[in-house]
Design a binder for this molecule. Structure first.
Ligand SMILES: Cc1cc2nc3c(=O)[nH]c(=O)nc-3n(C[C@H](O)[C@H](O)[C@H](O)COP(=O)(O)OP(=O)(O)OC[C@H]3O[C@@H](n4cnc5c(N)ncnc54)[C@H](O)[C@@H]3O)c2cc1C
Ligand code: SF4
Length: 338
């Protein structure tokens, strides 16, 4: 057992002051990931800074008609929020595909973004892991890597980001609002998480002295033609092998705008703008969907146990695009797609 201190932040400025004064400290929100990591001796913070009493629990409309979600809004409250149910059902579906009801009640919006990988070697302190202990090696590359990444990997780490919510946020073009010593900033979602490169211990571009205060969604929610498809070993309470978030804006059979992001395949939610550009202006056909899938997976590489993910992702993309095009987010194969 490692000793650690505990302090309750009184406001955002106080939280920032405390984290800046003690770089080995960690914020604690729902605690559903951090406490597990501490129990497994993977995380050893000097101090827990409790942010659960900060006023970051509101969901409110922005001036431009989008939505601002406070960093402490619980995942369940967000999924069932009327604005999310009606305007951003892709986000609600992704949240409800994750964890369990009890965990979603505790888990916060900000904490979900910063949850750490579920790579088993990362949790097993008896094995080498560059993410846990930089320079020690990666046990997964030649080990059991069935759950691991097929895109954006490096020779140092092939872990995946485990969040479902973040895949929808990537597709929806969200922004992360953060505050730190240098002031406030708004981070484009696709630039929030990082690829492993040669520093896999760093998951995101959030600075050590920054706190996430909110997530902002633009007005467009793709509420009519969307799908969050999560493929996993069990129907609930399992992390994604592959997940696909799709939002389409369709007129007749023509796609005016497409959003496509994948989970379970990379160190960050994987959004492919080339595939989206290919779909823009194209007809909603099986061939065009397959073409987009090939584009997303053009550089995919398996590591043995996870080779199957490449074909699974291809089929997942095809199915998710087909469901979204038909406007039946949870249905099976689409007979109307040519
Ligand atoms: C058994 C189990 C199954 C799960 N299954 C899924 C699943 O299928 N899909 C899925 O998406 N998730 C799943 N989860 C993960 C769960 O969604 C996350 O643990 C949760 O979202 C983390 O939120 P939290 O508030 O509890 O974070 P915490 O554990 O409190 O914090 C996590 C990290 O975020 C940091 N942090 C928290 N808030 C802020 C902030 N505002 N600013 C800066 N840093 C902050 C903390 O310092 C810590 O490093 C599962 C978890 C468990 C335990
Ligand atoms: S994949 Fe990443 S997290 Fe897993 S063992 Fe390798 S370095 Fe560690």
């Amino acid at each position: 057992m490692n000793n650690f201190g505990y302090a309750r932040a009184s406001d955002v400025a106080d939280a920032m002051r405390r984290i800046a004064a003690d770089p080995a400290a960690k914020f604690i929100a729902g605690g559903t990931n951090l406490i597990d990591l501490m129990k497994e001796n993977v995380a050893r913070p000097s101090q827990l800074i409790d942010i659960t009493h900060l006023p970051l629990k509101k969901v409110e409309e922005t001036k431009d008609g989008g939505l601002r979600i406070g960093a402490l809004v619980p995942n369940s409250d967000l999924a069932y929020h009327p604005q999310v149910e009606t305007r951003y059902p892709l986000l609600g579906s992704a949240i409800l595909a994750g964890a369990s009801q009890q965990l979603r009640n505790m888990a916060s919006t900000g904490g979900n973004l910063l949850q750490r990988t579920r790579c088993l070697y990362f949790y097993d302190t008896t094995t080498p892991c560059n993410k846990r202990e930089p320079g020690s090696g990666c046990s997964a590359i030649d080990g059991i890597n069935r759950m691991h990444a097929i895109l954006g990997t490096s020779e140092h780490c092939i872990a995946t980001h485990p969040s479902d919510m973040c895949v929808a946020l990537a597709a929806l073009d969200a922004r992360v609002l953060a505050t730190g010593k240098a002031g406030r900033r708004s981070i484009v979602f696709s630039e929030f998480h990082r690829l492993p490169g040669d520093t896999p211990q760093v998951d995101s571009n959030l600075q050590a002295d920054e706190i996430i205060t909110a997530i902002e969604l633009p007005p467009k929610g793709f509420a009519k033609n969307y799908t969050y498809l999560k493929i996993r070993d069990r129907l609930s309470y399992a992390f994604a092998l592959v997940s696909v978030a799709v939002g389409l804006d369709i007129e007749g059979d023509t796609i005016k705008e497409a959003r496509l992001a994948l989970g379970g395949v990379a160190h960050k939610p994987w959004r492919d703008r080339d595939a989206e550009a290919q779909l823009k202006g194209a007809e909603a056909t099986r061939d065009n969907f397959l073409h987009a899938a090939e584009t997303v997976l053009r550089d995919a590489r398996g590591f043995g146990h996870n080779d199957f993910k490449i074909e699974l992702a291809r089929r997942g993309i095809l199915r998710a695009l087909s469901q979204a095009a038909r406007g039946t987010p949870q249905s099976q194969a689409d007979k109307r797609i040519k």
